[in-house]
Design a protein. Sequence first.
Length: 121
Amino acid sequence: MMRRYISLMLLCALAACSPEGAPKDTPEKIAARAAELAPADPHLADIYSHSCKACHAVAGSAAPLTGDASAWAPRLAKGQAALLGSIISGYQGMPAGGQCAYCTADDYRALIRFMSQKPAS
């Protein structure tokens, strides 16, 4: 009887350690992490800090936060051409070009890749 009780207690303890029991990232935690992130490429890092970061690192901005792969997934599912078109033309609260007058399509593609991927832990 005691063995069953101990086994049950160990099983419950292990279940509490599962990923499902782990706390979810809040928008504030994701935004704090996004504020610390920057592309490794200096050119892209400059664009990100002067254009993208103003919205993509601010919880409540309605922009998908940098590093929040789940928020980016539906946008990426529309396809690269549609997403690029939204950036260039502007979309909802995002100004045309994302406030980057000198960005190229390649810059936007690289920034999308950077912002849409969950950072390594």
